[in-house]
Design a binder for this molecule. Structure first.
Ligand code: HEC
Length: 327
């Protein structure tokens, strides 16, 4: 569950989802549209037996819907079970809880993480296995993102978690503590000061968010974490935070072939997005450079124009080795 599944095998969380028809249909309903019907067909008796292509779609969906729908599902299911049933659940269902918790934590939104932690702290006494699975999901996401989740102040629920008994729980809570920060937490360096956007740049950012959501997010996902087999992450990507000269070229002409992003290798194709005009390219990139806690300088339309002119003859997508030669 913590590493991407090898091709052809089904992630354990999906196996669990498949065997939990009420949850599967809850998710399918919440998703709606084509994605919802694919998910509904994924039920053991609801459609074709999981064919390889089906599994790819479902695996993709799994990360696509991670952010919002899975969070909602976790809270619905989690809170429902909290009062109804303290018997140990089946291993698969417990794994599913962990996978859902991982999705919520991976999104790194303090309010939802807070709610997730409250759910963990509030589990009935006998549900230690479930608490452990939820915490393991959280820690898997924390390890993968390597960035702490920022709270406006110390979350009171952390104190409650520290009161849980048992060394297995406590060692996990200690790791969780290290993955959360708030202003004034001992040992945490003060926030770097990010120069605020001017009102013009803010308007660019807002336009950029719209364009990103309607175009780039189809592959890179609204949460910017990318999707296995479809697109690499943009959140914390060195390509996004680094040279604007390279970044503008990627958008204008696309990128193809082997590419390293955040230490992982990709070998895919991104289509050219040069149909956006200079102001739109600058807006999208300003958005990318300020969303997900990024604090990098915005991109000016004039810079986009300059690079478009410099590269006017270019037809092909960029390759990594060419981009790396650009300053
Ligand atoms: C059709 C899917 C798709 C769309 C739409 C798309 N991308 Fe990409 N993007 C990719 C793929 C695939 C790669 C990696 C290509 C490779 O492996 O060589 C990539 C790579 C990137 C990279 C460099 C690697 C990284 O993750 O930082 C950036 C930056 C980027 N895209 C930004 C954008 C922006 C901005 C948009 C919208 C204007 C966009 N992409 C739209 C698929 C897409």
């Amino acid at each position: 569950m913590s590493t991407p599944a090898p091709p052809g095998s089904l992630p354990s969380a999906l196996v669990a989802l498949r065997s939990n028809k009420p949850l599967l249909f809850l998710l399918a309903g919440a998703l709606g549209g084509a994605a919802g019907s694919v998910l509904a067909e994924f039920a053991p008796d609801g459609g074709p037996n999981a064919s390889p292509s089906m599994l790819i779609v479902a695996t993709g969906l799994w990360s696509a819907i991670a952010a919002s729908v899975l969070a909602t599902a976790l809270f619905a299911v989690g809170e429902w079970h909290q009062h109804r049933d303290v018997r140990p659940r089946s291993v698969q269902k417990i794994l599913l809880f962990g996978a859902l918790a991982r999705c919520v934590f991976a999104e790194r939104k303090a309010d939802r993480v807070d709610r997730l932690l409250a759910l963990i702290a509030g589990q009935p006494k006998l549900a230690v296995k479930r608490q452990l699975a939820l915490l393991d999901g959280v820690l898997a996401a924390a390890v993968a993102s390597r960035k702490p989740v920022k709270f406006p102040q110390e979350p009171p629920v952390l104190e409650e978690l520290k009161k849980l008994s048992g060394t297995a729980l406590q060692s996990r809570v200690a790791k969780l503590d290290a993955a959360l920060v708030w202003p004034g937490k001992p040992g945490v360096p003060p926030e770097p000061v990010i120069p605020p956007l001017s009102s013009e740049q803010q308007a660019q950012f807002d336009l950029g968010r719209q364009l990103f959501t309607s175009t780039c997010a189809a592959c890179h996902q609204p949460h910017g974490l990318g999707m296995e087999g479809l697109a690499p992450p943009l959140a914390d990507s060195e390509w996004v935070l680094g040279s604007e000269q390279r970044l503008i070229r990627i958008v204008l002409h696309g990128v193809s072939g082997p590419l390293r992003v955040k230490g992982a290798g990709y070998n895919l194709d991104m289509p050219a997005m040069g149909v956006f005009d200079d102001a739109q390219v600058a807006a999208i990139l300003t958005y990318l450079r300020r969303e997900w806690e990024h604090g990098v300088a915005p991109v000016a339309p004039a810079t986009a124009r300059q690079i478009r002119q410099q590269e006017a003859k270019r037809q092909d997508a960029w390759r990594q080795e060419e981009l790396l030669k650009v300053p």
